[in-house]
Design a protein around this ligand. Structure first.
Ligand code: NAD
Length: 487
């Protein structure tokens, strides 16, 4: 396959935070690696009336810390054009078409187009329809749309949005982003499972007692209070990132590493999630909201957050997967803001061994084995084993077999957005979300949301900087477990 890709990117929301922090640096990295070279161009669109020169100077600013030289950055930025655009105005799409055709000519792009929707989702449907009606979709090149989250607010709104977008694009032209699926250690989950026969052979309810997924953040709202207050942790994190990780952990081995097979294996898991009735939602899901701590405001005091907000900033839940492999194995998930540390990790606890061989007692029990997969900021894994303490007798002692990537290795890995943009250029949608996955995960989330929305929560119920409400610990204690990661 030819390394250099030919494409025109049209970025809606080209002045926004995501474009500046992630998209331009990712495009630059792809440029440095030769995937983008002479035959690419970018049109940034947004409401502000910027000139091309101003836009190019902003693009150069965003890559300042990674640029090879000023000349190199300027050469890269020279492929960028700006067009002020109101997404509702059809005439603006006509101007966009003229510019797109000019750039096609100038850079010989073979009419390949990637439309990147990096703005508020309320515009996604309108943009897609106008792209089609105003003739921006080409017939000889490819037309692909990258869609940012959130894709809907619940199942109904996601379906409505999907119907609007699919009036203009086919499912195989849609690249719904979940940037967790571009993270190296998330991609490593199937590699670890299916690349190591000994692991895959114990990856079931005969050997595993429970699985724990934690995505915690230490920060509060920053400038995102307005968005977050309408969303909450369940929609913002569990519906997408947490359930995607869970699906990768729980899926059966796909017949190949291809978009169709992987996505179908994940969809099977999402379909098999046990739906709870009201009593079981309240029993198995915990919501929390942080209150103030020393020098840190509580959620309700954050900018653009309602002073009596009922929005959860923390969720812990026990998810059950009704497949033969996972019968009786709880998947505990946990995510929240203003927790003690920013960490992404998976802990898989294996069933303990009742061996009488060791001199174990209450103070010094024979520990369960567990495998930890560190997603971020540390990347790697470790496997906790029982050995014997040095000296006489058979007192148990725990050691870990571990491998963690060095900071240099982590820094040199392609960033999630870089990887996903390259996948999109290659027409590989393996690590994007198919509609079937999205539909199933929203249906699951909606049942929890509905129960929560019927009852007022007693918020705030955890202190900023803690590991969430006490009920999150009780959720596991009831089953005889504990959170393995408990800093
Ligand atoms: P932002 O508010 O910083 O940028 C929004 C962009 O849309 C701006 O360029 C603005 O000019 C443009 N815009 C708004 N209304 C417009 C209109 N009527 N016509 C034309 N242009 C208009 O938002 P962001 O943080 O860059 O996020 C963009 C998308 O990416 C959102 O869907 C968001 O949920 C998603 N996202 C962002 C992040 C992040 O880290 N920023 C992370 C994950 C997902």
């Amino acid at each position: 396959m030819e390394k250099e890709k030919k494409a025109l990117f049209i970025i809606f929301g080209g002045t926004g935070d995501l474009a500046r922090r992630k998209l331009y640096p990712s495009l630059y990295r792809l440029y440095k690696k030769g995937y983008l070279k002479d035959h690419f161009a970018v049109i940034g669109t947004a409401r502000r009336p910027w000139s091309d020169e101003h836009y190019q100077s902003i693009v150069m600013e965003t890559i300042e810390s990674i640029q090879v030289s000023k000349e190199d950055a300027a050469e890269f930025a020279s492929h960028f054009r700006y067009q002020s655009h109101n997404v509702n105005d059809t005439e603006h799409y006509d101007t966009l078409l003229t510019l797109a055709e000019e750039l096609d000519e100038e850079y010989d792009l073979e009419q390949n187009r990637i439309f990147y929707l990096s703005m508020s989702p309320q515009f996604f449907g309108t943009i897609s329809q106008h792209l089609k009606s105003q003739g921006l979709l080409t017939s000889s090149g490819f037309n692909r749309v990258v869609i940012e989250k959130p894709f809907g607010h619940d199942y109904e709104s996601a379906l409505e949005l999907n119907d609007e977008i699919t009036e203009a694009f086919d499912e195989d032209q849609l690249y719904r982003i979940d940037h967790y699926l571009g993270k190296e250690m998330v991609l490593n989950i199937p590699a670890l499972r299916f690349g190591n026969h000994f692991l895959e052979s114990v990856w079931n309810n005969n050997f595993i007692s429970n699985v724990q997924i934690t995505l915690s953040e230490d920060m509060g709202m920053g400038e995102r209070g307005g968005y977050y207050d309408d969303s909450g942790a369940l929609r913002d994190m569990v519906q997408n990132h947490v359930l995607q990780i869970l699906a990768l952990l729980a899926m059966e081995q796909p017949s190949s590493y291809s978009d169709e097979d992987i996505r179908s294996a994940k969809t099977t898991v999402l379909k098999a999630l046990r739906t709870y009735d009201k009593e079981n939602v309240l029993k198995n899901f915990v919501r929390g909201q942080y209150g103030p701590a020393e020098s840190v405001p509580g959620y309700r005091e954050e900018d653009k957050v309602a002073p009596d907000s009922q929005t959860e900033t923390f969720v812990a839940g026990k998810v059950l997967v009704d497949t033969p492999r996972w019968e009786g194995v709880p998947f505990y998930v946990r995510t929240g803001k203003r927790m003690k540390e920013k960490v992404g990790r998976i802990d898989i606890e294996f069933k303990s061994n009742d061996s009488h061989f060791f001199q174990a007692d209450v103070q010094n029990p024979l520990a369960a084995n567990y495998l930890t997969i560190n997603l971020a900021p540390e990347e790697g894994f470790s496997f906790q084993l029982n050995t014997k303490k040095a000296g006489p007798g058979m007192e148990p002692s725990q050691v870990a077999l571990s491998h963690h990537y060095s900071k240099e290795e982590v820094d040199n890995n392609p960033e999630a957005y870089e990887k996903l943009i390259l996948d999109c250029l290659n027409g590989d949608s393996t690590n994007f979300i198919h509609w079937d996955e999205l539909a199933e995960s929203w249906k699951y989330i909606d049942t929890i949301r509905k129960v929560w929305d019927e009852e007022e929560a007693e918020f705030p119920n955890y202190t900023a900087g803690s590991m969430g409400p006490h009920a999150s610990d009780e959720l596991l204690e009831k089953d005889g477990f504990r959170w393995i990661w408990n800093p």
